[in-house]
Write a protein that binds this ligand. Sequence first.
Ligand SMILES: [Zn+2]
Length: 98
Amino acid sequence: MIETTRSPHQRSAAPVGLGSGCEQHAQCLEYFGTAVRELLELHEQQWLAIIDGDEDSCRFDVLIHMANEKKQAAKYAYLRHVEMHGCSDFLPAKNKLS
Ligand SMILES: [Zn+2]
């Protein structure tokens, strides 16, 4: 059930905070979102490997660790940008009633 073939730009329908006019903000957010998705996929793959009886499922721990560091870096890059640039007012209103 796992699709490992994926192109990161296929999900262009994802609502990223456009309209703010801040391209870098949108890029940071997109990068962060990609990192989160990668992490989630790894967690799912590890879970599937475990219930599949894969004794080598520990290899995912390393991948998850790396993906987690990437996610953290992306998150801080995003927060740093917002802090320095002051464009947090333009957060995408996704799932958020303001
Ligand atoms: Zn900005």
